[in-house]
Ligand binder design. Structure first.
Ligand code: NOJ
Length: 559
């Protein structure tokens, strides 16, 4: 089998809980994914990334695993999973799973045993520390979802570390037994036939052993970064994992690496170092952060976005590999965040797809992105299910922020924006379930749904399909180098890919008005042919352009 197949692949992220329910439970399941495989095959994607489907109390929707070898019965059985693998492979689609090994659930047997005493086989599976002399926690770190990152357990007279919820205790990667156990578990899934892993918060697994306090001005919920992100042994651990497990199989890996810059990303993804294939960075996700972090009412600037994307494209050229994404289950909908989700919803969703999919790297599509789904506004804040959203709401209320601000920031940034059930059609229950969905539907489902998109040849869906096809047909999309065109234009993000004598010209307007776009001399000399546009009747030959709102065009120069 071809190596590095992941460089040519497009990944589609399925959030199993919200994809397709076949039992009437209101939660999606594995048989639902099997049922919809032909839809994904038709879109043309190569790989499915499944969010966690393991046994879990679902405190953080599956990112709290209580048994790594069992499928959550809500989703089906291990036989259903084998069937999914078989059917997907038959259609030429690979499956990667989520590997959540920075932490487990507090309901995991290992943790229960670890809590019981300081002397047993699992005593050092987690990170236990004595209280400070005054009884307070070992460091001042806050946890991601609010409150301290340490919780005291009477039976041991010690605190355990949890960078996320208290129900998500961190594993102790310093303990070789922990690492071996994780590697064995990974082998179990590879032997079953999976094609890779997306590795949850993998940049956090190695903690500084001098346990420093964060400076007082650090953002509380991220204060653990000081001692946990890109820690002293993270590369050693990942290299070891690579040698003992990953290198034995022809699989792909993508690490989720918060707080990781492009230099550090090279360390994770340089093939010579034998760690991971690619990482998810957050630099473009941070462009609309503000005084309240993610939940701030700030709009990104196109020039900042262009700077960030260009930095990553350039830095990793020939040294690592990029993953390309606008959205996932932790982020709001891309068209709301980076486009215009009302008047130009369709145009701007296609423009964003164009901008991302013609870049160098492996693109990821989050379910519903290919329909141009936008953020939801539940009619009451009590309808939000996500632990992060609930934590932020409580925190903002405690700080006395106005109700209107709390509501607005949740509308803008809640993870539940992305977690509403997939709208398969516009009828009651959206073709998702026959029961009561675990979370509200988006009110848009009547109009923005799969059935409508498939019927409308101008839909976002067909544009994504065309983008995926271009990647398959043109090696320049996979291998070409990247450079900016008109790097200071205030409305238009233009770039070019080059491979041997070919050039691929990608021009994307972020303006809601018409803008004139003058090509640089070098490109004026060449004859470029239009490959794709998000408007009818775009000029077939490359030349100076009058771009309409959110217009996106791709030309190929064969010179
Ligand atoms: C990142 C996951 O994507 C997110 O959903 C989860 O809450 C945290 N890691 C903790 O596992």
């Amino acid at each position: 089998m071809e190596k590095n197949w992941w460089k040519k692949s497009v990944v589609y992220q399925v959030y199993p809980q919200s994809f397709k329910d076949t039992t009437g439970s209101g939660m999606g399941d594995l048989n639902g994914i099997i049922e919809k495989l032909p839809y994904l095959a038709d879109l043309g994607i190569d790989v499915i990334w499944l969010n966690p489907i393991y046994q879990s109390p679902l405190v953080d929707n599956g990112y709290d695993i209580s048994d790594y070898f069992k499928i959550n019965p809500e989703y089906g059985t291990i036989d259903d999973f084998k069937q999914l693998l078989k059917e997907a492979h038959r259609l030429g689609i690979r499956i990667i799973m989520d590997l959540v090994v920075n932490h487990t659930s507090d309901q995991h047997e290992w943790f229960k045993k670890s809590c019981a005493s300081r002397e047993n086989a699992y005593a050092d599976f987690y990170i236990w520390k004595d209280p400070k002399a005054d009884g307070s926690p070992p460091t001042n770190w806050g946890s991601t979802f609010g409150g301290p990152a340490w919780t005291y357990v009477e039976s041991r007279g010690q605190y355990y570390l949890h960078l996320f919820a208290k129900e998500q205790p961190d594993l102790n990667w310093e303990n070789p037994k922990v690492r071996e156990t994780i590697y064995d578990m990974m082998k179990f899934w590879f032997e079953l036939g999976i094609d890779g892993f997306r590795m949850d918060v993998i940049s956090l697994i190695s903690k500084r052993q001098d346990w420093p306090d964060a400076p007082n001005d650090a953002v509380y919920t991220k204060s653990y970064y000081i001692g946990a992100s890109n820690g002293p042994r993270v590369h050693e651990f990942l290299h070891e994992m690579n040698q003992k497990v990953l290198s034995q199989y022809n699989v792909m890996t993508v690490g989720e690496t918060a707080n990781t810059n492009s230099d550090q990303a090279i360390l994770y993804t340089d093939p010579k170092r034998e760690e991971l294939n690619m990482v998810f960075h957050f630099d473009h996700m941070h462009l609309d952060y503000g005084p309240y972090g993610k939940f701030s009412d700030v709009r990104f600037k196109m020039s900042d976005l262009r700077d960030v994307m260009t930095e990553w494209q350039s830095k990793l050229e020939g040294r690592g590999w990029n993953s390309l994404y606008w959205s996932n289950h932790d982020q709001p909908r891309a068209v709301t965040r980076f486009g215009n989700d009302t008047k130009y919803r369709v145009e701007s969703a296609k423009m964003l797809g164009t901008l991302l999919h013609m870049m160098k790297g492996t693109p990821y599509i989050y379910q519903g992105e290919e329909l141009g789904m936008r953020n939801v506004r539940f009619d009451s804040l009590d309808r939000y299910k996500d632990i992060e959203t609930i934590g932020v709401k409580n925190d903002f209320e405690a700080k006395g922020l106005p109700e209107s601000y709390i509501q607005k920031s949740i509308f803008l940034k809640s993870r539940d924006n992305a977690r509403t059930p997939m709208p398969w059609n516009g009828r009651e229950k959206s073709g998702f379930t026959t029961g009561t969905p675990w979370i509200n539907f988006s009110p848009d489902n009547e109009t923005i749904n799969v059935e409508n998109c498939l019927e409308d040849k101008d839909s976002v869906y067909y544009h994504y399909k065309a983008l995926i096809r271009l990647r398959k047909e043109l090696p320049i999309v996979v291998d070409g180098t990247y450079e900016l065109i008109n790097p200071t234009d205030s409305d238009v993000y233009g770039y070019m890919r080059r491979l041997e004598r070919q050039k691929l010209v990608v021009i994307c307007s972020f303006s809601e008005h018409k803008v004139n776009y003058l090509l640089p001399e070098e490109l004026k000399r060449d004859a470029g042919k239009l490959l794709l546009s998000n408007y009818q009747d775009t000029k077939k030959e490359l030349g100076n352009l009058e771009l309409r709102p959110y217009e996106a065009v791709i030309y190929l120069i064969e010179a």
